[in-house]
Design a protein around this ligand. Structure first.
Ligand code: PEP
Length: 261
């Protein structure tokens, strides 16, 4: 059975851009991405910039999301932002389990599982990030490790609407380092993750959920990733901060996808 998964190019702006800078970027992106069809595009700005970006992108084909959220709907959690708060802004996507959150803020698999559950409850689509570090890859354990992270994140969630979940395979050693996995390495892990998802959910869900690659994606590399049927798009950090390089990535994805359709 062949599933038609719409490719997704997502930009993670991390802790960059003031609301004014983000607004300016969104305006330019809207102009420059015109005519690049066949690929869904979203940007994930820091929280304070979300309203300005939402206003600027309203009515365009570019979407937006957040970079994190808490699992509780509200409560005494100083400094946190909840799913219902994002939902009230009109937020559609939320990055969860990013390796920078795991590393710098000690997020655990169980917390990420709770966040995934909360995101789905409040109508947000999680972009669930997972990936191995270098020592695990060198020891040959990447696929098994990523399968376990997927399992931990999705355990007990019940049947998922496949349109609501995106999984981003982001090897930790490739994020912000300039080193990329080869498309073949990414395909091998994504195939293993799809198999795991079929076991956890079912074949139809596994066949329809989109799996992205993330880790130092640049315009010159996008074609080689998008040529792989298993890879449904990319999560881009550094190269999404510049409107020209992000647009070039979108264009590259749209060109390859156009050939495939
Ligand atoms: C990311 O932040 O998810 C990411 C992949 O970053 P970079 O593209 O900079 O490696």
């Amino acid at each position: 059975m062949k599933y038609n998964r719409i490719p997704l190019v997502a930009g993670n702006w991390k802790m960059y851009k003031t609301p004014a800078e983000a607004k300016q970027f969104a305006r330019l992106l809207r102009e420059k991405a015109q005519g690049l069809g066949g690929v869904e595009v979203i940007v994930c700005p820091p929280f304070p910039a979300l309203p300005a970006v939402a206003t600027e992108l309203a009515g365009s084909r570019i979407g937006w999301g957040a970079q994190n959220m808490h699992w509780a709907p509200e409560g005494a959690y100083t400094g946190e932002v909840s799913g219902p708060m994002l939902q009230a802004l009109g937020c559609r996507y939320v990055i969860l389990g990013h390796s920078e959150r795991r590393r710098h803020f000690g997020e655990t698999d169980e917390q990420i599982r709770q966040k995934l559950e909360a995101a789905l409850t409040y109508g947000l689509r999680p972009i669930f990030c997972l990936g191995e570090d270098l020592s695990i890859r060198e020891a040959g354990g990447a696929e098994a490790f990523c399968r376990r992270q997927l399992q931990a994140g999705l355990s007990g969630l019940g049947t998922i609407n496949p349109a609501d979940l995106v999984v981003a395979y982001e090897p930790v050693w490739a994020i912000g380092t300039g080193k990329t996995a080869t498309p073949a390495d990414a395909v091998a892990v994504i195939k293993a993750l799809r198999e795991e998802l079929a076991d956890l959910q079912n074949e139809a869900v596994a066949g329809q959920v989109r799996f992205l690659y993330g880790g130092s994606v640049k315009p010159e590399l996008i074609g080689s990733f998008m040529q792989e049927e298993e890879i449904d798009g990319v999560l881009v950090g550094g190269a999404s901060l510049n409107v020209d390089s992000f647009t070039a990535i979108i264009r590259g994805a749209a060109e390859v996808r156009g050939q495939r359709d």
